[in-house]
Design a protein around this ligand. Sequence first.
Ligand code: ZN
Length: 279
Amino acid sequence: MLQDIAPHSFHNEFKVPPPPPEGGDSAVLFHEGNVLLTGEGSFPSVAEVLALGAEEEKLIYLFSVDEQRFYLLEGPSESIRSGLKTTSPAVFRRMEPPFLRLVGATAMHLANWYRANRFCGFCGAPTVRDDKERAMRCADCGALVYPRINPAVVVAVRNGEKLLLIRYADRPMVAQYALIAGFTEIGETMAETARREVMEEVGLRVKNVRYHADQPWGFAGNQMVGFWAELDGDDTVTLDTREVNEAVWLRREEVPESHDPIDLTHTMTELFRLGKDPR
Ligand SMILES: [Zn+2]
């Protein structure tokens, strides 16, 4: 999955003081929802963005993979943008080597969080980056804002030797089936989220909701938590057609094969297809 980058190791601990950028470090830049890459499709080096006119003190240390450090440059100027290639962040899903997929998704999560918290949500004053931990501090009222992660579940519902797969109404471009998924609401446990989402989207009752694994999913600022669940009672699907276009019970041999799965949905679906899902 996205986070499985062995033998490399991901280091996201906050450093005091932040390590100063060196020319060979990597820079991550976003503009209007896109990522700016080199002509070869990789992250530019710090030396490259400095040569394009970036100011060194604006580089924000994000994290490292092994000894390779990554810095965010917010709000890249026209001259910097024109020297790089504007690319959809979908590119992160297939970047090589694979640890760059985690780098891209996590940098995107952090970049969106920094951008969304330039002002204090309590009093409206500008915020500054805290120097002791990863947080934004209000210069006026002192409020601290920590990185926001949205918990969400993925539920693989089994009925004996069949798995429930769906197609989401708002994702017509995604050809493959998906598992039921949804955000945790304030005031509920994640297992309750799983049961509620299954009921809302397909009108089914489930039992034996069991944790499988979870993963950071920076593309959407989420922490995805995967559960297995068993159908409880009637298998008649009642679709919430605002969200779901189609729901089908597929036997193992009918489940479409997923190559190089980086997300929980495809990892769990693949485990089921191969008969390796935990019972
Ligand atoms: Zn404030």
